[in-house]
Design a protein. Structure first.
Length: 375
């Protein structure tokens, strides 16, 4: 085939029955070939004329967050592997990739078991269409798949028998359909601002994008990562303090944890603006440098219902008013210990943590620390 090929990416979306999780997340090479043949039969009925294109399918079941990452690495890898095959003379131009001796042909095609608990699994595939036909095929995919793209009975039955799972539905979606579906899902759980910056990271990574969280915390996408202002300084300056400032700030941190978890799943780094990227599951907001004339810094834990240790403040306990040096925010479940270690080392504080039992804010609404009484 001399004409250049254009990739049109898509998925086979498998909606699991309540207790119908698959026995495994990968198909062997032979199993993937059988699945690809069945998928090809389905697509010939849905997309007349597709026979002139090459169908490539990965025999692996992913979560949406694994497929929607900057650069779309799973699709990019599938396309690269498919293009390496110079000629496809059998199976109607169908190529499939599965495990050989227990291993997929490339690491990006290995699903992460950490994301295996969701109600939907996605099998990535793509059409490599001749350039002269690619626009028409892509347009047909956008119309036909979402409209009538139910997988054939043979395809669904094969997957259920092979992987020991039960399916409610199995249907074909273009990658654009998957993006739209994810947008709706995030909007449904009040995460529309997060989707605004995620969409920029996926589709227009060269552009900047801004959004406001539901509590007003600004999100700023630029140069491959999402920045937020230092939460304590922002809340003191512009946060909605209401009648219970501590409760409102805890709500902001809860929302920030949601954002951080999803950004990490989509492989988009989160950082405090003006600071270097921080990818260890926590953020550090510097406030001041230590004063060597004052007592050594100490660590104070702010606590809130539903958050546990919501924030850690490093401060030098001076009479009248503590000298606050920094705030740390554990965002991932396993981030508290490395955060405490980083704060203790970075500011010369003892590892002992003083639990405050509440969120301690100063008169402006910024995180604070207790000060010894004046004598």
């Amino acid at each position: 085939m001399n004409e250049s090929l254009i990739a049109c990416p898509a998925v086979l979306a498998l909606e699991l029955a309540g207790d119908g999780a698959p026995d495994r997340l990968e198909l062997t090479r032979d199993e993937a070939r059988v699945l690809a043949s069945l998928v090809a039969d389905d697509l010939r009925a849905l997309l007349p004329g597709i026979e002139t294109s090459r169908l490539a399918i990965a025999g692996a079941l992913f979560d949406g967050v694994e497929l929607l990452r900057p650069g779309f690495p799973v699709f990019a890898t599938l396309e690269e592997l498919a293009r390496r095959i110079p000629r496809v003379t059998d199976a109607g131009g169908v190529v499939a990739f599965g495990t050989h001796e227990g291993h997929m042909p490339a690491q990006p095609l290995v699903p992460d078991p950490a994301y295996a608990g969701g109600p939907m699994r996605l099998v990535p595939w793509m059409v490599l269409a001749p350039a002269s036909q690619a626009e028409d095929i892509a347009a047909a995919m956008e119309v036909e798949l979402v409209g009538r793209g139910e997988a054939g009975t043979a395809t669904a039955d094969y997957l259920m028998r092979t992987l020991g799972m039960r399916l409610e539905h199995a249907r074909y979606l273009s990658r654009n359909d998957l993006l739209a579906l994810t947008c709706v899902q995030y909007e449904h759980v009040n995460l529309a601002p997060l989707w605004t910056v995620l969409e920029a990271a996926l589709l227009t990574p060269y552009k900047e994008e801004t959004a406001l969280g539901s509590r007003g915390l600004p999100l700023h996408y630029a140069e491959g990562r999402v920045g937020v202002p230092g939460p304590s300084a922002w809340f003191a300056r512009a946060g909605n303090k209401g009648a219970n400032a501590a409760h409102e700030f805890a709500g902001t941190l809860f929302e920030l944890r949601q954002y951080a978890a999803l950004l990490a799943a989509h492989h988009v780094p989160l950082h405090i603006e003006g600071e270097s990227a921080q990818t260890a599951g926590y953020l550090v907001e510097p406030i001041a440098t230590a004063d060597p004339a004052l007592p050594p810094p100490a660590l104070y834990a702010h606590e809130a219902a539903g958050l546990g240790m919501a924030a850690i403040t490093v401060a030098q306990p001076t009479p009248g008013k503590a000298r606050v040096l920094a705030h740390g925010y554990p965002l991932a479940p396993d981030a508290l210990a490395p955060l405490l270690d980083a704060l203790a080392k970075g500011y010369g504080a003892a590892h002992e943590v003083h639990a405050l039992g509440r969120m301690l804010l100063d008169a402006d609404g910024a995180l604070s620390a207790p000060a010894p009484a004046l004598h």
